[in-house]
Design a binder for this molecule. Structure first.
Ligand SMILES: Nc1ncnc2c1ncn2[C@@H]1O[C@H](COP(=O)(O)OP(=O)(O)OP(=O)(O)O)[C@@H](O)[C@H]1O
Ligand SMILES: [Mg+2]
Length: 351
């Protein structure tokens, strides 16, 4: 096996090529206080007014955020929100158009080479050498980090076992997409980074593999590692995160813990109606608008209507169901991160 310069260049080029309105609701009290003294003890990342434009597209539009040492911080947002661009800037792959960040006490703009040893990165698109085995892929990255052979071998074995891909002698070419994803996560960890960036870690995984990755991430957190992940999966964000920043159109539109986000959304209860025709939907919508306890009505595709209301079962029984005569299906649920996003943007995370 050749650990040559060309492979190194290729991996860098591959990583480089990974492509790609409202007031923010900031719920954690200290989000915007950039207190230098706190940086070394409490925060490992402080981002200030970070921007990235691609010609006329402002992919990241002046975001500021802080990440505590040892926490799991999620960037949650729909396609094109600017999550990957943010990650690529924070991992020194892309140069910001404006702003700066302090990562492990170093400035992204002035000291980016000092940041590299502290971080591990799993990009959104898998970067796996198909001609190599899982072990060789991980060992290759270890050598790029300048680790010694014994350390590389020991750590590779442990990590591959944890991810359930140990002992495979075949080249990665024969791996499923899910296996490649898990291998890529392992590759990002070989240098024992203090800060791990995972761009959509569970994208494309089946439910069982997704659960395995979640458990793996939870275990990593227990070691004190700081983890920043991106996702458009609200359940993933809910299950794993200490803090969540909801991104849309390059901006952070809400920030807080899961509970803070939910308890401040003031949506109350959520009902999801579907109707057989648009005529029925409009009729129902007109009636719902007259009910004081109905706080928010959002029209979705496929003749669906999502409403939030207060007053619980009483309102549901006496007010809502009394007025809506015909509908195809009805789902009742508690407020979720999806509802918060919907309320903030008028769109679903997957629209
Ligand atoms: N290299 C690039 N050149 C031009 N435009 C880009 C480039 N990278 C990203 N963009 C644009 O910037 C915006 C944000 O893209 P980005 O990939 O950061 O979003 P994302 O939140 O990661 O989305 P997804 O969930 O699809 O991964 C999009 O409009 C995208 O088309
Ligand atoms: Mg992305």
């Amino acid at each position: 096996m050749v650990y040559g310069r060309n492979l190194f260049k290729l991996i860098i080029i591959k990583i480089m090529n990974v492509s790609t309105k409202k007031e923010a609701i900031i719920l954690s009290s200290d989000h915007n206080q950039f207190n230098e003294n706190k940086l070394s003890t409490e925060y490992i990342i402080i981002v200030q007014n970070l921007e990235k434009s691609f010609n006329s597209v402002k992919a990241v539009d002046g975001i500021s955020l802080k990440v505590r040492k040892g926490e799991l911080f999620s960037l949650l947002g729909p396609n094109g929100a600017g999550k990957s661009t943010t990650i690529r800037m924070l991992t020194t792959v892309l140069k910001p158009s404006n702003g700066d960040a302090r990562i492990a006490e170093y400035s992204l703009i002035k000291e980016k080479d000092k940041i590299k040893p502290f971080i591990g990165v799993c990009p959104q698109e898998n970067v796996v050498f198909e001609a190599l085995t899982a072990e060789d892929n991980v060992e290759f990255v270890g050598r790029m980090h300048g680790m010694n052979t014994d350390d590389i071998k020991e750590r590779t074995k442990i990590l591959l076992e944890k991810m359930n891909i140990a002992g495979r002698k075949k080249s990665a070419k024969s791996f499923s997409g899910g296996m490649k994803r898990r291998l890529n996560i392992v590759m990002s960890l070989i240098n024992q980074p203090q800060i791990l960036f995972l761009d959509e870690p569970s994208a494309g995984l089946d439910p069982q593999a997704r659960r395995l990755v979640w458990d793996f991430i939870k275990d990593l957190k227990k070691t004190g590692m700081t983890i920043i992940l991106t996702t458009h999966d609200m359940i993933e964000a809910d299950v794993l995160s200490d803090h969540i920043a909801i991104m849309d159109h390059g901006k952070i539109i809400a920030f807080g813990t899961v509970n803070e986000l939910k308890s401040n959304s003031n949506n109350g209860n959520i009902l999801e109606f579907s109707f057989s025709s648009r005529k029925e939907l409009i009729q129902a919508k007109n009636r719902l608008e007259q009910i004081t306890d109905v706080k928010n009505i959002t029209e979705m595709e496929n003749n669906k209507l999502i409403i939030s209301f207060t007053g619980g079962v009483k309102t549901l029984k006496n007010e809502i169901l009394g007025k809506i005569e015909s509908f195809k299906t009805l789902h009742f649920r508690e407020d979720s991160l999806e509802d918060i996003f919907l309320k903030l943007t008028g769109r679903g995370l997957r629209d």
